[in-house]
Design a protein around this ligand. Structure first.
Ligand code: NAP
Length: 311
């Protein structure tokens, strides 16, 4: 009997339980699922830190920890984890991110606000939206989410560049940069800059005054990655000076974003409340069940976190 501990919030359990049971039944494995943190003989822990569990050392039969979320920055530093840690890669989550990014890119690319917000009886037909093929977009992070967004934008004919830690080759129609030298080149092309990096020691505060000065004057920034990727005061200064024309931010250093935060009142900032994408119960439970099946068949786990690199 495989023992599975679901350790997340009660709200998550309500959201996931039906789909989890459905997905586990599909595997034909014999299993039991509990939310009881005293189930010390659990073989797999489906995990979000919101469940309160922090000490994994007492689980002696543990084979893997399966994160419910894509971002694992609050888990990787846990020194009591001695088993494989897998992050969430879920088709629903990816599709949601592609839709959020594409929607906000098109808003800024077409300057939709000009006609949506200004309905003043003036017939302004002397400027036309540019074509996507005349617009450079850079995505920092070419992983599951960044690459999917890059491909979607490239399919709309945008000129897309991307930046990653390791070198990428042969990604059709995406200009790929990597490493420190690559970053400056990638930023130079960023009329629209999208941040889809994980939060690690190396990426924390990456977009500081110096990096923000490298994007073309009047750039647009979209951050659906993590709030700490950007230095808030550097971004506000860059907006003030016009170096950054608009920032659409989904993630923040403190969430919920405090009511008195300057982002709320800046005309050149759009705040979305960490809704760019979310793990979808149905597709993510299939991923979890598939990984448990792999673990039981002695196959390597999918979506393993490299804890040394922090993602
Ligand atoms: P991923 O598949 O792990 O991809 C991460 C990408 O970032 C990879 O291309 C990686 O390079 C690159 N990278 C990491 N460290 C780097 C560094 N120091 N320098 C340059 N590139 C670096 O992650 P993902 O699934 O795409 O998710 C990305 C992030 O999105 C998550 O970590 C999470 O924070 C955020 N997220 C936000 C929401 C939301 O609703 N706002 C939802 C889900 C996820 P390599 O390819 O070379 O490894």
């Amino acid at each position: 009997m495989i023992k599975i501990l679901f350790s997340a919030s009660q709200k998550d359990w309500e959201k996931y339980k039906t789909e989890l049971i459905r997905a586990m039944n599909d595997t034909k494995l014999v299993y039991e699922i509990t939310t009881d943190l005293n189930c010390l003989d659990a073989n797999y822990i489906i995990y979000a830190p919101s469940g309160g569990l922090a000490d994994f050392s007492k689980f002696r039969s543990l084979k893997a920890i399966l994160s419910l979320w894509a971002g694992v920055e609050n888990i990787t530093g846990n020194t009591t984890i001695k088993v494989p840690l897998c992050r969430m890669v879920d088709t629903g989550l990816t599709q949601g991110m592609v839709e959020w990014v594409t929607g906000h890119v098109l808003r800024h690319h077409l300057d939709l606000d000009m006609h949506i917000k200004v309905q003043d009886g003036v017939w302004r037909n002397n400027t036309y939206p540019p074509l996507a093929s005349d617009r450079n977009i850079t995505i920092l992070g070419l992983g599951e989410l960044g690459l999917s967004c890059a491909k979607a934008l490239s399919n709309l004919n945008f000129k897309v560049s991307g930046w990653s830690r390791g070198q990428k080759s042969n990604i059709e129609n995406i200009k790929c940069y990597f490493g420190n030298e690559g970053l400056s080149e990638a930023l130079k092309r960023a009329e629209i800059l999208i941040l889809l990096l994980p939060l690690t020691k190396e990426t924390t505060g990456l977009m500081d005054e110096r990096m923000l000065s490298k994007v073309p004057h009047g750039s647009i920034i979209l951050n659906p990655g993590r709030g700490h990727l950007i230095n808030d005061s550097a971004l506000l200064n860059a907006i003030e000076s016009g170096q950054v024309r608009h920032a659409t931010l989904d993630v923040f250093e403190i969430e919920p974003l405090p009511k008195d935060h300057p982002y709320w009142v800046s005309d050149n900032v759009t705040v979305t409340p960490h809704i760019a994408s979310v793990t979808r119960a149905s597709s993510s439970c299939d991923v979890i069940a598939k990984n448990i099946l792999r673990g039981e068949s002695g196959e390597s786990f999918l979506h393993l976190v490299d804890r040394k690199n922090g993602y």
